[in-house]
Design a protein around this ligand. Sequence first.
Ligand code: SAM
Ligand code: SF4
Ligand code: SF4
Length: 334
Amino acid sequence: MNIRDKLKRPIKDLRISVIDKCNFRCPYCMPKDIFGERYQFLKNDELLSFDEIYNITNIFSKIGVEKLRITGGEPLLRKELPVLIQKLKSIDNIKEIALTTNGFLLKKHAKDLKEAGMDRLTVSLDSLNSESYKKLNGQNLDLDRTLEAIEYSNLLGFENIKINCVVMKGINENQIIDLAEFGRKNNIIVRYIEYMDVGNINGWKPEHVVSAKDIINIIEKKYKLTPLDSNYYGEVASRYGFSDGLGEIGIISSVSKPFCSDCTRSRITADGQMYTCLFTNSGHDLRTAIRSEKLDDFEQYVKSIWENRTDQYSVLRSKGKLESDKVEMFKIGG
Ligand code: SAM
Ligand code: SF4
Ligand code: SF4
């Protein structure tokens, strides 16, 4: 069954947050002064169980979802994650499972994840300078460990590993070229993400954003780029190849060039709230619905949520309409 929302967009992707905790305190997502030792994260019994995640995903797959992305918080903090991956992999219509991680714990888990059926990895890495990396992760944690994990995952045979870099004005623009060269050398696609106004706590201002155009200009001072076609409908990153044929980059321009018209992504938080946009303020409580065990009604419920979807926040933002009350990134997972 292929359903469409009010703007005729199909549902193709499901992003599953498996935990809200994180071992990093990136200032744009979980600023350290707010997420201190006393911060109350979800308790274990508030998290969806693996069976519940499986049942929910199974229903989503029946209405069109083909791709899953496991995220968090930091998803590698969820115990026994490979067990979940193996379960999700057995669902008929699911063609691909990917993981977004900060990479710090990846070396320890990469082999088990690969064996469980994880198809692709995206590692978030905002700097290749060890001092600024320590600052940007908010916990003084070492860059080498993340780099080793990327190298090891490559050796294990993970193909198309990607790096996500959130570019912030005056903070890590000077890392754009270094990351591009790292990608070229290691056969990794670096995706530069415009800093977004997700949530309400990171103090985002439009002037903190380095636009896609500026990112391209910085790279083109050293390397010529050629635009490439999208790989598939709904791909969020605009692709560019290096004109000498060695490697490619992606740019996610949610702020300067919104792509809401192709947005096929649904999201669930670790406690089972479904969000139809990264920037909405309220979710739909799937946990209560799935715990009521009426699975036929549940499919109808999810279907009607999608069919009534009208979200296009980034388009509205570009017309000057800013929301003040939005779900936080560490809950919704990106
Ligand atoms: N902890 C994992 C990680 O960092 O890869 C997964 C969750 S994290 C919320 C998912 C992605 O969102 C990361 O690539 C992160 O850099 C990105 N992100 C977080 N806050 C952001 C913001 N305000 N603007 C743009 N990207 C953001
Ligand atoms: Fe943690 Fe990822 Fe948020 Fe950084 S972006 S604080 S690694 S959840
Ligand atoms: Fe999708 Fe919302 Fe982002 Fe637009 S703003 S691309 S609808 S998540």
